[in-house]
Structure formats: structure tokens, C-alpha cells
Design a protein around this ligand. Structure first.
Ligand SMILES: Nc1ncnc2c1ncn2[C@@H]1O[C@H](COP(=O)(O)OP(=O)(O)O[C@H]2O[C@H](CO)[C@@H](O)[C@H](O)[C@H]2O)[C@@H](O)[C@H]1O
Length: 512
């Protein structure tokens, strides 16, 4: 394995570092109520992205920078090190149990956002993806890799850098041990734990406990024990000061057996204690159909002929026969959650109804194979690309009439909002954030039941609307205006951070 550190332009000397990244005006000096927040994540869109967590991690801290001194902590995967940004080493952390010693590098992005990169070559510098190899197999040592991330966050909270956060915001199971290590170190730093997807839990064998330097209490059902395993996700829920998830409907759903993945009892208690809430994701400012540089043809509201040029491009990309019928798309991780099996069931009827279908995604090999076989059965009408490509995804949102998103559950969902913004109407299951972000018959189409009949009934309604251009265009106008940008949706996070910090200050005063 080559050492990517060389290409990362790591800088150890403070003097050189200052020359490379001149000191910036501190936000603190500009804003009196500014808090120091450490945002811990395993993805960051422009550096490394698997799905929606990457989008949120790149956009939410940037939106919050208007109010706070917020910095991001991310593992030093090869993709991060090879991003071409200068990384300046600012701290060394000792090893603990099987968690190796590591270094923390500071990376200043062009817009001034500060990223702390956790440098530990034996854990993170590999060919492959953040959670597994290029063949879809999870890394065997993920428990060590992400416990190391959580422990580093706690060490930063304890003051190992000259910058010490007042609050730690951890995301999903890979960062979920941050609140736990903070608690076990008896630190008072409050923490927020955001669940982007409850189904990914980060389970490991209890025998791994000593490797992760867990205290004995970790093995108790009141801590991270979960049906004979240790659950990183449960640790985040148990030890964080507050839990958020990414839509209000999903926040309610996860307290029920149908959506709670076995954690519904604990989550219900947290809800009753006022420690669980839903904050709907926004989208970032780059989602502008007129100016998006990825598009071959920008367009705005009412410029439907210009939008159609993007459709022609999608036809070409996917080898579809251009026709007057509607263009349906799927842009998705190909996993059980996303209900692709239902799309497979209704695809023949979409083609019979005069539609064509372009699918971009990657994920479970069996689903990939079934989709490729579907395309072979419908040459010129259905095209499938297996892979991940941001530019193609944006061009598909711009060119399509309808996005198919029959998710079994959906914590928030971003693709439906991106589609709306680019005047493509989502057809989605009434669940989670899809229910919150789509108004049925106004900004998209919703169906209630998780079966192909209910789904196809919504597709038929869409086909009917497509036959009435005035109605279609009216819906497009409503949809384009529907999604909230992050700047409009950060306020609940801001309020939550301040409330938790006030509560912690009050406890301190009482404790004196
Ligand atoms: N093959 C491909 N090529 C290019 N782009 C692709 C792609 N496959 C997916 N994408 C993109 O990846 C992102 C997917 O985000 P979603 O929020 O829709 O789902 P995801 O399940 O990954 O996120 C989880 O976290 C987010 C963030 O909180 C929640 O919204 C969501 O409900 C939850 O499941 C979108 O930006 C989409 O366009």
C-alpha cells in the first residue's frame, strides 16, 4: 500500500504552515454569541461521500459558521489525503488498548472551513470506501477505526488542541462513541448525536470491549449492550445530551416497533424526556438550476424547453430512444431501504405506459445485477449505470420529469429535494422525511402502502398529470420553490446548541 501522506502535502513546521495558510479573522470577534462546536463525521461531500451524510456534513457546518466557530473532524482516508489541500500536523494522540496512536492534522478549506483530519495510516489509508473495500465488504476492523474517531473527538473535547470545543456534535454510528468516551472521561462537554439512519448500528462482539478501551459499564443493557452485541449507535443515544434525527416524522417513527430497529423503547424514553427531536435537512446553495455548472443547459422556472434539452442529454447518456413520453429516473444507493425491488416490479408497466427510465446507482451486487438485466429486457427504454457520479446525477435531476423513490423508510432524503429544485417531481412513499418534504399532488406524489399496487397508482397519477402540461408545469413551479436551503433550516440547531450550553452552565453553577 503506497503512503498517501506524501501526496497530502503534510506540513509539520508551524512557520511553513503559517505561510501556507495565513491566520484568518476569528468568527468570535465578529459574533458575540459564537460557540465552539466540533462536528464529527465519517463523510464530507467534496472529500469523500457515500450518501446523504456526506452532503449534510459539508453543508450544515458551513451554514452554521454564520453563528458559530464550527470545525469538522473526519478520518484521514486516502481520498481526504489526496484532495490536494495542505494538512498541518497540530497534535499527537497516544494509543489506548488496540486503538493506535494517531496525529491530528488541520486542513483549511478555500472558504475558511477548518477540518481536523485524524491521521492514522494503518486504519484509514486504504484503497476502497470509508466503510469497506471496493467489492462491498465491510472492513473487519471498523469497530477499531471508528472507536478511534470517537476517542479522538473526546480527546479534543478534553483540550488536546489549543482550540477546545464547548459542544460536540456527532453523526451516525461511526461517530457515536464520541459522546460515550466524553461521558466515560467525566468531561462536562455537552453533545448532540444525530441519527441519519437508524438501521446502520455499528455492532460488534462484546469480546472486542477491551480492544476499544471500554469501561465495564459499557457491557450493561443501560449502556451499549444490545441483544448480546455492543452497539455503537446505542452508545450515541444513551450518552449524548440530546438526540436529533433528520425529519420530524422519522423522529416519531423511530419510537415505534415498525421503524425502531429494536431501539424504540430507549428512543421513546428519550422523547418523553425531551431529548429526541427532528430537524429536517436543507439543501445547499449549489442547487441552482439556472447556474449549476454541471448542467449542459441551465434553466429556470417556465423555461421548460431548456429543461427538455437536459432530457435529451440523459437519453444519450443512457442510450434511450427520445420520445414525447415522460422520463423517470432513479438516483440512489442500491440497498433494501430504497425499495428498488418495487421499482423492478412496476418497470414493465412504466414502459407500457410510454415512459422511459434511467437508473444511476451502486450498492448490493444482487440488485445491481437485477437492474442490469432489466435494462437488457428493455433496450432503448430503460438504461442502467452502475456507479457513483455527481455530475450525471445532477444532469438526471435536471432532465427528468419524475424521480422514483419508493423507500421503505427514509430518515429525510435529499434526492427528492434535489429533484424538486430541478423541476422533477418525486414519486415517493409517505414515510419519514419524504412525507414532510412532498405535498401530494402539489410538489410530487405520495403513496401510502409498501406494495407495488399502491406505488403504481401514484405513478399512474403522475402519468395523467404529464398529459396535462398546464397542470404539470404548475406542479413544477411549486416543487422548485419547495426545498429549504440550509441557511433557512439551521436555526433549530442553533437554538439546540445554545439550550444545551445554558443547561450545562446552570449545572456547573449548582455544582459549585
Ligand atoms: N449513484 C449515485 N451517483 C451520484 N449520486 C448519488 C448516487 N447515489 C446516491 N447519490 C446521492 O447521494 C445522496 C443520497 O442522499 P439521501 O439523503 O437521498 O440518502 P442516504 O440514504 O444516502 O442518506 C441518509 O442520510 C441522509 C442525510 O441525513 C438522509 O437524508 C437519508 O434519509 C438517509 O437515509 C444524494 O445526494 C444523491 O443524489
Amino acid at each position: 500500500m503506497g503512503n498517501a501522506v506524501a501526496t497530502a502535502r503534510l506540513v509539520e513546521s508551524e512557520k511553513a504552515a503559517t505561510l501556507l495558510s495565513p491566520p484568518r479573522l476569528s468568527v468570535e470577534s465578529l459574533h458575540t454569541d459564537t460557540k465552539k462546536i466540533l462536528f464529527v463525521t465519517s463523510e464530507f461531500a467534496e472529500l469523500v461521500k457515500v450518501g446523504g451524510l456526506g452532503d449534510v456534513s459539508a453543508a450544515l457546518p458551513r451554514a452554521l459558521r454564520a453563528q458559530h466557530d464550527i470545525r469538522v473532524l473526519i478520518p484521514g482516508y486516502r481520498q481526504v489525503l489526496e484532495s490536494g489541500n495542505v494538512i498541518r500536523i497540530i497534535a499527537q494522540l497516544p494509543g489506548q488498548a488496540a486503538l493506535p496512536p494517531c496525529r491530528i492534522g488541520r486542513m483549511d478549506l478555500d472558504d475558511g472551513l477548518i477540518i481536523y483530519v485524524l491521521l492514522c495510516p494503518e486504519l484509514y489509508e486504504r484503497d476502497g470506501k470509508p466503510y469497506g473495500d471496493n467489492h462491498g465488504r465491510d472492513w473487519d476492523d471498523n469497530h477499531i477505526r471508528f472507536a478511534r474517531l470517537g476517542l479522538a473527538a473526546a480527546e479534543i473535547a478534553a483540550g488536546c488542541l489549543s482550540w477546545q470545543p464547548e459542544l460536540v456534535h456527532a453523526n451516525d454510528w461511526p461517530a457515536a462513541l464520541a459522546p460515550a468516551y466524553i461521558a466515560w472521561k467525566r468531561l462536562r462537554t455537552p453533545s448532540v448525536f444525530t441519527i441519519h439512519n437508524l438501521a446502520y448500528q455499528g455492532l460488534c462482539d462484546p469480546a472486542c470491549g477491551p480492544e476499544l478501551a471500554l469501561p465495564a459499564e459499557a457491557h450493561s443493557p443501560d449502556s451499549m449492550e444490545f441483544y448480546g452485541k455492543l452497539s455503537f449507535l446505542k452508545a450515541g443515544i444513551v450518552y449524548a445530551s440530546h438526540i436529533t434525527t433528520v425529519s420530524q416524522t422519522y423522529a416519531r417513527e423511530i419510537t415505534t416497533e415498525a421503524f425502531g430497529c429494536g431501539l424504540q423503547g430507549l428512543l421513546k424514553r428519550k422523547e418523553e424526556q425531551g431529548q429526541l427531536s427532528g430537524i429536517t435537512n436543507g439543501i445547499d446553495e449549489s442547487w441552482q438550476p439556472k447556474t449549476d455548472p454541471h448542467l449542459l443547459q441551465g434553466f429556470q422556472i417556465h423555461e421548460w424547453e431548456l429543461k427538455r434539452r437536459n432530457a435529451r442529454h440523459v437519453d444519450e447518456m443512457f442510450g434511450l430512444q427520445p420520445c414525447e413520453g415522460p422520463l423517470f429516473i432513479v438516483v440512489s444507493r442500491l440497498v433494501h431501504q430504497k425499495g428498488l425491488d418495487m421499482t423492478l416490479k412496476i418497470a414493465d408497466s412504466i414502459v407500457a405506459g410510454g415512459g422511459r427510465l434511467a437508473i444511476l446507482g451502486q450498492g448490493e451486487p444482487a440488485l445491481e445485477a437485477e437492474l442490469l438485466a432489466l435494462a437488457v429486457r428493455h433496450p432503448g427504454h430503460i438504461g442502467v449505470h452502475i456507479g457513483f457520479n455527481e455530475t450525471d446525477a445532477r444532469r438526471m435531476f435536471a432532465g427528468s420529469d419524475f424521480l422514483l423513490m419508493p423507500s421503505r423508510y427514509e430518515p429525510c432524503g435529499l434526492s427528492q429535494m434535489y429533484a424538486q429544485r430541478f423541476a422533477s417531481l418525486p414519486i415517493a412513499r409517505r414515510t419519514g422525511g419524504l412525507a414532510d418534504s412532498i405535498e401530494d399532488g402539489v410538489t410530487g406524489f405520495l403513496f401510502q402502502h409498501g406494495d407495488a399496487e399502491s406505488y403504481f397508482e401514484a405513478v399512474q397519477r403522475a402519468l395523467n398529470v404529464f398529459k396535462h402540461p398546464q397542470l404539470l408545469n404548475a406542479m413544477r413551479c411549486q416543487a422548485m420553490a419547495a426545498p429549504q436551503f440550509w441557511a433557512q433550516s439551521v436555526e433549530p440547531y442553533d437554538r439546540l446548541y445554545k439550550r444545551l450550553l445554558q443547561e450545562q452552565a446552570a449545572v456547573r453553577v449548582r455544582g459549585r
